[in-house]
Design a protein around this ligand. Sequence first.
Ligand code: ADP
Ligand code: MG
Length: 871
Amino acid sequence: MPQTTKDTPMMQQYWAIKKDYQDAFLFYRIGDFYELFDEDAIKGSQLLELTLTARNKSAKDPIPMCGVPHHAAQNYIDILIDKGYKVAICEQVEDPKQAQGMVKREVIQLITPGTMMDQNASTAKQNNYLTALTLIDELYGLAYSDLTTGEVRTTTLHTFNEVINELLNLNTKEVVVDANISEQEQQQLQSLGMMISHDKVLQESSEFNFVNQKLTKQGEQAALKILISYLLETQKRTLSHLQQAESYEIDQYLRLNHSAKANLELFESLRTSKREGTLLWLLDKTKTAMGGRLLKQWLNRPLLNAKLLQQRQEIVATLIDHYFERATLQQALQKVYDLERLAGRIAFGSANGRDLIQLANSLKQIPTIKEVLQQLPEPTLQKLGTSLDDLADIRDLIQRAISEDAPISTTEGNIINDGFNQQLDEYRDAVNNGQNFLVQLEAEERKKTGISTLKVGYTRVFGYYIEVTNANKKNVPTDRYQRKQTLTNAERYITPELKDHEALILQAKEKSTELEYQLFTTVREQIKAQTERIQALAKQIAALDVLQGFAVVSENNHYVRPELSTKQQDVEIINGRHPVVEQVLAANEFIPNSVEMKKDTDILLITGPNMSGKSTYMRQLGLIVIMAQVGCFVPADRAQLPIFDQIFTRIGAADDLISGESTFMVEMKEANDALLHGTRHSLLLFDELGRGTATYDGIALADAIIEYIHDHLGAKTLFSTHYHELTQLAERLPKLRNVHVGATEENGKLIFLHQVLAGPADKSYGIHVAKLAGLPNDVTQHAAQVLSVLEAEGSDLVNDLPTPEQLPLFRIAEEPEPKIEPKQTTQAEAMSPEVSALLAEIKNTNLMQATPIEAMNLINQWQQELNQQNH
Ligand code: ADP
Ligand code: MG
């Protein structure tokens, strides 16, 4: 620590505070600025693009320094947090006027990625979770909270893999761990972009006792203790808005691991990483920020409970059928602000007058919502209509107390309405009367002195004055007027009478501002005491909002209500559509497809050319299942579905050819996960599994995996493949059915029908796709020849392959060139050495050890070499 005896008292204070916040940027308040010193300043000036200066510039060792104005600090704090740092806010905690010696300063809050309170438009529909993690008796205890809303949840997990999955699903940015979490585990979380924090001293607190009430599991309680202790330590205030923790088990919900969510593009597009083109994007017709956040939570955890799902479906159906009521509801919801986060700010003590006005304006909408709900013929909605707490008392309090156009600041007055507090009214009268008095005084003095241009005015520095222009100075009554300030053209005076009044007005003003602040905080405290009621209302409004959104998408896109069965596993989707792809295509361009998997069918083996729609068909089923299990209607003419317990996917190898072996490893891990944990109630989507290795390997593995699913798992499975050999499995496996995505040839060109039909594809069309890609005729013709040899029963690749002489390529060289005397040559002589080398290479290539893509690459390479020969 660069502390020396030469340090000024202020720098000594700075170092003493900084000592406890080594891992954070210390924002040290001096006047209207937050200053950063030393290392913080050097790094901070780079990250924040600030000018680096120095304290004690003339001294031998000046201290690097940079600063930001306190009113603009939030932007800078956001940038640092966003880059994964912590920021300690150090304020002056006593009035500088009353301080003896150094003004006392303390860190009043440590802001970290997981405890950001500040929210802007772009984060309104996202939760920001801080997670705490511990390991007790070989079980991981997990607790997390969104500080802005007060939501707290806990769960127990068996493996670190499950932990990683859950943390990725939550998109948590910061994890507080204790010593039970190993270094290696911590590093793994760090490598996934999460900040690891440690809680220094675990403390009991009233907050913990409240939030902990419903918890029973030791690991969850321990994690909660870490979480709350860390929140108290960083936020340094009571956290009365934290809600009672809700414990859950991951298998209470439809399980989808993080990669399945990514593959099915629930929240993020695979290609662009954006929200556009995802299921969340499609379904989000919510009007409130709370609704937006809840929708994301629902999609993260689809339900298994048929009763709850039926209840959601009833509500969606009713809202679809009642267009006008729905419109009224939407208009009301549109005007409801983020109640959860308003409650958070009120409890946190950071809400200002405008926040309270937003709360009151939101509450004004509740009676309308109640009325509409009571008109609807659906019991759950009607009950909600009568039971919703409209918080009239709070609305009334705010309306009486807080001015409609309250300023942002809470300390400069103009917040409290006239008539709310008698004392305040008296102060205000005094100020107003004072103003009247000044007007009268001006008139009187003009009369008395005969100076018609005489003015009474006020400046912050000099207070009240009487101003007389230089030309009139001679008429000033010097017995009463006392000179105060000289300007170029005028002289300013004060009189004893004016001085008395000045004192009165200023005092009244100061007192009234002080009183206003007091009254404001009292009102805020009164509302804070009702936090739980606001949070309860927020939850109900959010759910209603998500469901009206489901009604909107379902109606606009002609979805149907799926029939959910808990008794059997039959899947019957008539004319299903991919909800997102159909949006991007023009009207009627999407070809609907049915999925029928009754008792006699567990596995559909899907063949068909590349680009025909196999992956789309599989994803479509996955998305329809998820939509059904959050309570939304689904894109189909009719849908009968079981309630699935888990969805496993292996999708995307085709999109990720470059990573080669590692892709194959991931493939096998995902397959393993499904085989280990899948049940007869699960859905498996395996897209071209086995593609990442050599052909025979791939076929063998795919075959074995399919048979295992068929004989042991009995899970409903869609398995797409381009290995034709696999279609023969249908002869042996009674519950496997072949389907294919149709394509036809027209004038030698391939036309994709995007239609799923019974039976295996008649051929794989790889060569047609190669044609579509623009490979020259010679190459594709050659490939067709090779193919016919390969397909012939009992063929011997090396011996049966056409000889160079039979190749179309060769015949080109044979063609006589015009105008040149045809020269008698043997075929061998006509060939350049490069071409004959190439032919030898073609002949010696063992196609049986190449994947289709590798074969295509080879052909491409040969073609390029030939083209070079021709020029
Ligand atoms: P595959 O997996 O068979 O290679 P994809 O499922 O990736 O094919 O589909 C290729 C393209 O075909 C998609 O991007 C989509 O535009 C189109 N497509 C797929 N299915 C349909 C369909 N049912 N109706 C219309 N277009 C479709
Ligand atoms: Mg595909």
